[in-house]
Design a protein around this ligand. Structure first.
Ligand code: XIL
Length: 401
């Protein structure tokens, strides 16, 4: 375990200084860290800021010291879930993303709720802007997601019936995945469809999709996605499969059963996403997860860590101990996972602690802000940043071999 070594702490302090100086300059309007244009923006009416010379590198975490460079050296893509309005409005947020990420995903902007104000209309503004930002900066983009039991618009629940739901699903996938065909790294085609405690032999969650489309909704979605975008890697994404607990093991088995059935029936699928919302000083992660990844590899699937963060609600200690526990959890989780060559992509669910979803959905009992990500609220790299980067460095695999 190299978390918190002297060298790491020294680099970290230098970075803190460099970054806070930069943040102060940015705040004062004296420097702008790079071009701020998000997408073409031409028809948005938003003022276009001039493209500027590359920002002053934040010592120690940019260029060859960035996450994206260290990941690339080990055959990995890495990046964050992002929010288009923050990319548009916050120079330091956009600069951090540009500097560190080789792949992005929309935290919410590509979900049904965001794209579908009504049955007959689509709003692609944010999703388009995000893809343009990614392309302009040579960053890949994941699509998230085409089917989920949450984030379903009200009109859908009011309108969909067992007669029309399949068509509604297929035409959504055709329109959305079709619009971005050839430009998306991978789609989370189906998100969180397994819930063993709902009691079905196939493990499927009791959801509107199951009730309205039927027991073959997963197959319907994957086939539609392949038709719409033959190039995107089609992914099944889920949570609650990371820990050494019996519910997590049962869910891993149910997912593997589904994946094997899909293979047997030649349903197109290329990857499995392990969300990796982790808890510091909580459950143990280990052998069961590693077996799951190996089983996915044997099915010829890639494995993506799609939504990593570490909540610290089980750690009541002062901030230094909370941060150390979070960083340790990152390192201990990543080391064995990254040893498997099937793992090719690691994404974090947010850029800075300021914007983490955990403060809204899974907050600490004492209501103190969570510290789960790789950048603190002023975009200084956290101890976890260095723990993750060190874990990338320790990967024995070079360029995916
Ligand atoms: C979350 C977002 O972070 C929140 O902003 C939103 O309110 C709800 O969804 N699993 C997923 C993600 O697949 O889409 C979820 O994102 C987090 C859990």
């Amino acid at each position: 375990m190299r978390v918190g070594t002297t060298a790491t702490r020294q680099i970290s302090r230098r970075d803190l200084l460099a970054n806070s100086a930069r943040a102060a300059l940015v705040a004062a309007g004296s420097v702008l860290p790079g071009s701020l244009s998000l997408g073409c923006g031409d028809h948005s009416g938003r003022p276009q800021l001039p493209a500027l010379a590359p920002e002053t590198p934040s010592k120690g975490v940019s260029g060859s010291a960035s996450l994206r460079a260290r990941a690339a050296a080990k055959g990995l893509l890495t990046g964050f879930a992002v929010v288009p309005s923050l990319l548009r409005n916050e120079p330091i947020y956009a600069a951090t993303v540009r500097e560190q990420a080789s792949i992005l995903v929309a935290e919410n902007a590509m979900k049904w709720e965001a794209l579908r104000p009504s049955e007959t209309t689509y709003n692609f503004d944010d999703a388009d802007a995000l893809l343009n930002f990614a392309e302009q900066n040579h960053i890949k983009l994941r699509g998230h997601n085409l089917l989920w039991h949450r984030g379903i618009p009200r009109w859908f629940i009011a309108t969909a019936t067992p007669v029309n739901a399949r068509k509604l699903l297929e035409s959504h996938i055709e329109t959305v995945a079709g619009r971005y065909a050839g430009r998306i790294h991978s789609w989370d085609v189906v998100n969180e469809a397994i819930q063993v405690s709902d009691g079905r032999p196939d493990g499927l969650r009791d959801s509107p999709w199951l009730r309205l489309v039927g027991g073959d909704f997963v197959e319907v979605a994957f086939k539609a996605a392949r038709r719409a975008d033959p190039q995107a890697l089609l992914t099944y994404n889920d949570y609650g499969i990371e820990a050494e607990s019996s519910p997590d093991e049962a869910k891993r088995q149910a997912i593997l059963l589904m994946l094997r059935r899909m293979r047997a029936r030649r349903i197109p699928i290329d990857a499995v996403g392990i969300q990796s919302h982790l808890t510091a000083s909580g459950p143990r992660y280990g052998a069961g997860l590693i077996r799951f990844i190996a089983s996915a590899r044997e099915l010829d699937l890639q494995v993506f860590l799609t939504e990593m963060d570490v909540n610290d609600r089980a750690v009541a200690a002062p901030i230094a101990q909370r941060d150390a526990a979070v960083a340790t959890t990152y390192a201990e989780y990543l080391d064995p996972v990254l040893a498997d060559p099937a793992v090719t992509t690691v994404l974090f669910w947010g850029v800075s602690d300021r914007d983490t979803w955990l403060n809204h959905e899974d907050s600490r009992p004492d209501r103190k802000p969570e510290r789960p990500l790789l950048f603190d609220p002023s975009f200084k790299p956290t101890q976890s940043f260095f723990a993750v980067r060190d874990a990338f460095d320790r990967r024995a695999i070079v360029h995916g071999k």
